[in-house]
Design a binder for this molecule. Structure first.
Ligand code: NCD
Length: 325
């Protein structure tokens, strides 16, 4: 199991922070980050030049549209610029270059880096050798901290607070890194009850249920979505992660296990909200998009605000400080 704690690397007079896991920030620091994100949402022009002259490198060894473009949009909204690559084949990784070497090179070109990698822990390896802040933009089936920040900001903005709710997480709970990251983050808030909805084969990993038991946090595991719909305040739908399956037959058998449609939505509370990290495949029928409770496209917008807030925050930490005598 890989669970990274606070990564603070002290180099000469620079105290720099990276983001590897949502737990890298305390609950209080997260509140400040979300306040900043909400201020950005309401006063966008105020932030339009804050990163002038700064460069973000997006190093994506694994395909992504949303996350990469969300980072790029965030930096451009701040007046900065963007360089990078969008798949391993178009980087020197195809020539055999290590992540450690790549980040040392990128550190000479850019001020901050967002890295996605198919290998668990790769952004952490990069952070150890980097002289610029590194953001984990998703590492294998492990963590996806900026999606979690997006999810938390969406919940906080649309419901007013983080805590005192029942959340159903549905679909691929085994391979879905957004689910793993979100559970880790939500356990720090009061009175959150988890309902895990998945087929037996895609159950949430044991290390997560063990962690919940150790912390005395209540959870249930069910197979049928219909039976628990009326109890949910949030439903977090996920796609079955085809690329992490060992054989195609299993994927085909499980891919359409859950399809959220109008009939199932009719069983839910009037103010329940549906979230999804996207991309969607078949797990939410398009007819649900017009339901006012469908919040997954708003969630994408919150992703840009929170990434803007994160870039500003990490660049602030990376500023040289006067050395202590
Ligand atoms: C998620 C991811 O990459 O893990 N997508 C995203 O970042 N928005 C979810 C997924 O791919 O299913």
């Amino acid at each position: 199991m890989l669970l990274f704690d606070f990564v603070t690397i002290r180099k000469e007079s620079i105290i720099m922070r990276h983001l590897m896991s949502p737990l890298d920030f305390t609950v209080e620091e997260l509140d400040q980050l979300f306040d900043l994100a909400n201020d950005i949402e309401n006063n966008m022009p105020k932030y339009a030049k804050m990163c002038e002259g700064k460069k973000l490198a997006t190093c994506f060894y694994e395909p992504s549209t949303r996350t990469r473009l969300s980072f790029e949009a965030a930096m451009l909204n701040l007046g900065g610029s963007v360089i990078g690559f969008s798949d391993a084949a178009s980087s020197s990784a195809s020539k055999g270059e290590s992540v450690s070497d790549t980040i040392r090179v990128i550190s000479c070109f850019a001020d901050i880096c967002a890295m996605r990698h198919h290998k668990e822990g790769a952004p952490m390896v990069a952070a150890e050798k980097s002289s610029i802040p590194v953001i984990n933009a998703g590492d294998g089936g492990h963590q996806h901290p900026t999606q979690t920040l997006t999810d938390l900001l969406t919940i906080r903005s649309l419901k007013g607070s983080l805590g005192n709710f029942t959340i159903g997480l549905c679909g691929d709970l085994k391979f879905g890194r957004t689910v793993h990251s979100l559970i880790n983050a939500l356990v720090r808030y009061p009175n959150v009850h988890f309902i895990f909805i998945s087929p037996q084969e895609l159950r949430v990993p044991d290390y997560i249920t063990e962690m919940l038991r150790e912390k005395n946090i209540s959870y249930e595991e069910v197979i049928r979505l219909e039976e628990i719909m009326p109890r949910l305040d949030f439903l977090y739908m996920t796609r079955v992660q085809r690329e992490r399956f060992f054989n195609e037959e299993d994927y085909v058998r499980l891919k359409d296990f859950y399809i959220l449609n109008k009939e199932k939505m009719a069983l839910a509370k009037q103010d329940m909200l549906v979230l999804h990290p996207l991309p969607r495949v078949n797990e939410i029928s398009v007819e649900v998009d017009d339901d006012p409770r469908a919040a997954y496209f708003k969630q994408v917008q919150y992703g840009v605000y929170v990434r803007m807030a994160l870039i500003l925050t990490l660049l602030e930490y990376a500023k040289p400080t006067t050395p202590q005598e």
